[in-house]
Design a binder for this molecule. Sequence first.
Ligand SMILES: Nc1ncnc2c1ncn2[C@@H]1O[C@H](COP(=O)(O)OS(=O)(=O)O)[C@@H](OP(=O)(O)O)[C@H]1O
Ligand SMILES: Nc1ncnc2c1ncn2[C@@H]1O[C@H](COP(=O)(O)OP(=O)(O)O)[C@@H](O)[C@H]1O
Length: 640
Amino acid sequence: MRELEINGLSKLIEESVHRATNVTIQHHEVGRELRAEILGKHGGFRGCTIWFTGYSGAGKTTISFALERTLCELGLPAYGLDGDNMRHGVCANLGFTPADREENIRRVAEVSKLFADMGVICLSSFISPYEKDRLKARQIHEQSGLDFIEVFVNTSLEVCESRDIKGLYAKARAGKIPGFTGIDSDYEPPTNPELTVDAGNETEAQSVQRVLQYLYQKKILPEKAMQQLCGPPVRELFVSAAERADKTNSTAEMPRVDITEVDLQWLQVLAEGWATPLYGFMRERQYLQCMKHGLLLDLKPKCTEPGQPDEDNLPEYMIPEPINQSIPIVLPIDDAVRGGLIDEKGAPKASKVALWYNGKPVAILSEPEIFPHYKMDRVARQFGTIDDRHPTIKLILDSGDWLLGGDIEVLDRIKFNDGLDEYRLTPMELRNKFADQRADAVFAFQLRNPIHNGHARLMADTRAQLLKKHKNPMLLLHPLGGWTKDDDVPLDVRMRQHHAVLEDGQLLDPSWTWHARARMAAGVHTYIVGRDPAGIQKPGTADFLYDPTHGAKVLSMAPGLPNLEIVPFRVAAYDTKNGEMAYFDPARKDDFLFISGTKMRGFARDGVQPPHGFMVPQAWTVLSDYYKQLAEEQSRQKNG
Ligand SMILES: Nc1ncnc2c1ncn2[C@@H]1O[C@H](COP(=O)(O)OS(=O)(=O)O)[C@@H](OP(=O)(O)O)[C@H]1O
Ligand SMILES: Nc1ncnc2c1ncn2[C@@H]1O[C@H](COP(=O)(O)OP(=O)(O)O)[C@@H](O)[C@H]1O
């Protein structure tokens, strides 16, 4: 036996395998489909092997066991096979010579194949240092018609050695473990893995998320499970870095459409995945679904009329359930632009159009579709009035009479270069932040005003409420960017004011706060909802355009917003008796002083100090300094 260990056991095994001559493959009576039916609450056969390779300490076990837990919790059968564990059983008689490693990989590949054949997602983590052994493992699977997904856990030897969680590198350096991978035994990195994870630089959660995203793309992770995990999947519309130069050059050959700043903002919304699952600017079909039903029902490219066959039932056009979409995302063009894009029969001249902003191509729109822009209909439905003293109504009514729909590829990240781009995280970046912080619930508070202590109290109370069900609820503080009312406090000043509130730390603790703009695509589950957004007034009057309570009521019954929890907004006002912001108590209504956004701005403008306890003092300083500066500028301009 000792001799065998030294010479390697694999020779003997090879011989014994070859010795098994009079054997015939026996066929099962149960096939993969039936096994899948028994195993999976998600239906369909999903058996495959995900093979993690990398140095000892790279993160193979950590990632695969985290995946095993996540997949099992989602109702997907998964099993982690691990080098250390297998070497306590099936491979207990193998050492670490190249021949023993070869036999180790052969055996575990065969075991993995059986798990995968049964319908299990098999997570195999083995150093598997040699390319030829991994190739053999792949062949073992592919010969049986099973997917083999090689994941290179690419952590450098230096990082693995510095981690040295089992103390093996120290021993190997001291010469106590001969043939240790990376020290005196080779590791051949995969040349063409299905996926590489940068586990030396990213967090565990990010590595796990990357594998999950891959499994989702390969349809091993079903849509429903992915949604359960992190909300609706995010559809980003950027070209990849590798394609950027070629695609940018190709725009020179395309018809050009110049877009406005507002169009560019919508392009950003589309590109970053805020409008998931839209592929681009709405075509007529999606525009009608949105305007007339307030929902996205599918992503099919063509409209049909009664009696016409409704084709295009391709999986990429279907969505599992209707999604709320009450705002159209469209690209208006005028007669002249339309004229340049169509031939004499009215058909598009080119299959691709370049969208330009500020003298630069920013996106490619494919398979263009041009349809009429019924602006009055749009405005009346969306705003409940056609009064063009409302600035957005005016903007729409002044825009082109046609809409240009089509799939979009955005050439580069859209930046606004106003010093605030660092806060404009994409939904995927936000999800990663939340995952890093191990947030198990995310709640959002959107505002266009500075934060006073009543707001802060509401956010803190919401967190306390969520802590009854969750371990680490995080707040997404969501100041509105873009155009707001002319007399609003500008975004950069509000951001500084928000920072001052967070730095004070008494009401809002920065450890559970991340500020940025966001929507559900970023993984938000809980909203704090008050009155209708921004309390819009009838132009030229002091009356509300909508019933102020309707916003919350409508949202609470809106279709197509699954898994959204709404925490009611409780009105806070200044309690003059106790000298603090508190929830309004109708029984003591005379004790309360309501300080609206307008009143607050008025105080700051007039240099009036708000009552003690209304706002964090440093945050008030940010505001009053801004108004002081504004007044000085105005008087300078007046004087010359
Ligand atoms: N000489 C030597 N080289 C590498 N690793 C060693 C060695 N001796 C013991 N160990 C421990 O065994 C684990 C690796 O087993 P594997 O089955 O994955 O190795 S291999 O694929 O056959 O190369 C490995 O576990 P991980 O750290 O999880 O990779 C080590 O804990
Ligand atoms: N992105 C990451 N992915 C996986 N593990 C990570 C990551 N970042 C840090 N680690 C840490 O690295 C160590 C990896 O150990 P382990 O999973 O046992 O590696 P292996 O199975 O490859 O030997 C763990 O302590 C883990 O917490």
